[in-house]
Design a protein around this ligand. Structure first.
Ligand SMILES: [Zn+2]
Length: 92
């Protein structure tokens, strides 16, 4: 298990503009702040809302990392969380 206070590098599918292919890029993710968790995403879907954003029909500031319906494992925990443990499975 890595140091929970470190910045990690991940791959993300970034929507830079509407009506354009997603760009697969490496991003840095900060450690969790108090009350937050950082989840290692195992799988994620692109839903109808995401599709509307990609088509420019929903006005969401871009760039954005879409795919808010996912599942993963709690990788690190911010201060103050007492009802969450490392390696918990999570779906959102
Ligand atoms: Zn959705």
């Amino acid at each position: 298990m890595r140091n929970p206070l470190s910045v990690i590098t991940c791959q993300a599918a970034i929507a830079w503009t509407a009506n354009a292919p997603l760009s697969i890029e490496k991003i840095e993710v900060d450690p969790p702040k108090p009350g937050e968790v950082r989840i290692k995403i195992i799988s994620s879907g692109i839903c109808g809302t995401d599709k509307h954003i990609l088509e420019g029909k929903d006005k969401v500031p871009l760039p954005a990392i879409l795919g808010h319906e996912g599942a993963g494992i709690v990788e690190s925990i911010g201060e103050g969380l007492i009802r969450c443990q490392l390696l918990f499975r999570s779906a959102f």
